[in-house]
Design a protein around this ligand. Structure first.
Ligand SMILES: *Cc1c(COP(=O)(O)O)cnc(C)c1O
Length: 354
């Protein structure tokens, strides 16, 4: 039986994407060869890379505005250091909204002064700091749009003269934003775009080449742009599968269409969390993420009953991250409203039992 997959990442992908990707592994474009045994320099694969890059810009509404899309390796974690390597000359600002921002800050400190403009560490990152001041003279301000572990999401983005850099790993392509407000966006594929193994970087080309340090080739965005994201062998399977997912999203009606579905899913689950006395939410209401909903049982003693019901319903991947505990329902683009309905049914059954 196919499971209802609420895993936080790697995570659910559209069924039709999995089917096409697996077919390509056996026989790519009826070539008699597998996608993963042909040269990345072959005409067929170069076309895929180009399509993945252009679809990413198209879906974000960033075509012809000086942005380049790259598919790199090393995960979002590599971007924590590449961003600083390429952009940090003297000082940068970071909004600390959880584990991933914390890790980004740690890397950036190797390259220059880092100012934490705001932090929600005091309450185990269950909210998004607001009303913080952004100092003048920053090389860039770094934000994390969605905090995968804690289940919070930035609803408003600060206005600043500094360059705006954003880790959108867990909510890219999930909601409409004015993406042109950002100078650099990055996202590990495995949350909302594809399998693990590649990272999308969308960068305004004009901001690069300004730092005085020398940058090793593999860490230099300009090198990757110069080689059309083929400086070295890319993750061919991850790029292909990401391209299929972006194509799926485009056919569905793009970000506007998926945002509507994502809002329905989130409303359905959060209203159950709020109305059902057996459960309590973790994140502050106004900062709740539409992608990752974190919640707990009010009484730990009901854990076994709840988890048995989850298993019986075919629900997978609901365990919370170890730093929060409890449960986390990740509702990425490919998760259906129906799957959220199944979870909500189990939760209401808990209320009847409890
Ligand atoms: C998962 C995640 C990361 C880390 O991604 P890797 O690809 O494992 O390096 C970074 N930022 C956010 C917001 C994430 O959700």
């Amino acid at each position: 039986m196919k499971k209802h997959n609420f895993s936080a990442g790697p995570c659910i992908l559209p069924q039709e994407v999995l089917l096409k990707a697996s077919q390509a592994v056996m026989d790519f474009n009826e070539s008699g060869l597998s996608l993963i045994e042909i040269s990345h320099r072959s005409k067929d694969f170069v076309a895929i890379m180009e399509k993945a890059r252009s679809l990413a810009l198209e879906l974000l509404g960033l075509e012809d505005q000086g942005y380049k899309a790259l598919f790199l390796q090393g995960g979002a974690s590599m971007e924590f250091l590449m961003v600083a390597y390429n952009l940090l000359e003297t000082k940068a600002g970071y909004l600390n909204t959880g584990t991933w921002s914390d890790k980004a800050i740690k890397e950036a400190k190797l390259f220059g002064e880092v100012l934490e403009v705001g932090s929600s560490k005091d309450e185990n990152f269950n909210y998004i700091p607001k009303g913080y001041a952004i100092p003048d003279g920053l090389d860039y301000l770094h934000l994390t749009s969605n905090n995968t572990i804690f289940g919070t999401q930035l609803k408003k983005f600060p206005k600043t003269d500094a360059l705006l850099v954003c880790d959108m790993s867990s909510d890219i392509f999930s909601r409409q934003l004015d993406f042109s407000e950002f100078d650099l966006i990055y996202a590990g594929a495995q949350k909302n775009m594809g399998p693990a193994g590649t990272t999308l970087v969308v960068v305004k080309e004009a901001i690069l080449g300004k730092v005085s340090r020398k940058i090793p080739s593999m860490l230099d965005y300009q090198v990757h742009i110069g080689k059309d994201s083929m400086f070295n062998t890319p993750s061919v399977f991850a790029v292909y599968t990401s391209m299929l997912t972006l194509e799926w999203l485009k056919n569905l009606g793009g970000i506007a269409a998926i945002e509507e579905i994502n809002e329905k899913k989130a409303q359905l689950l959060y209203s159950e969390i709020d109305l059902n006395p057996v459960f309590e939410g973790f994140a502050k209401k106004e900062d709740r993420s539409n992608m990752n909903a974190t919640f707990n049982l009010v009484e730990e003693g009901l854990k076994e009953t709840f988890e048995t019901l989850l298993t019986e319903a075919g629900i997978n991947g609901l365990n919370g991250h170890r730093s929060v505990g409890g449960y986390r329902a990740s509702m990425y683009n490919a998760l259906s409203l129906e799957s959220v309905g199944v979870l909500v049914d189990v939760m209401s059954e808990m209320e009847r039992k409890g």
